[in-house]
Design a protein around this ligand. Structure first.
Ligand code: SF4
Ligand code: SF4
Length: 73
């Protein structure tokens, strides 16, 4: 089970970090990969902003590249 709650407040925070990430897939409607799981069209790894993200900290996650590897569990 993903531990991150899928809610608008977390999406807003996510878009500040995933939205400026070079690995961000940019698929319409996709974000909050730490809760919802991997992208339908992931890009090759070019860095990840998740370690700086407030959602990550709030839920005690320590991973990276959730858009490629799936949710924080
Ligand atoms: S940890 Fe990563 S995927 Fe999760 S909200 Fe933050 S930037 Fe988005
Ligand atoms: S999950 Fe990490 S690698 Fe993927 S777009 Fe968000 S910040 Fe970038």
């Amino acid at each position: 089970m993903p531990r991150v709650e899928d809610m608008p407040e977390n999406v807003d925070i996510c878009l500040k970090f995933c939205g400026t990430c070079p690995t961000y897939p940019g698929v319409l409607g996709e974000s909050l990969f730490c809760a919802r799981g991997k992208s339908s069209a992931p890009k090759p790894k070019q860095g990840c902003n998740c370690p700086q993200c407030d959602v990550q900290k709030k839920y005690g996650c320590t991973g990276m590249f959730y858009c490629i590897e799936g949710p924080c569990e």
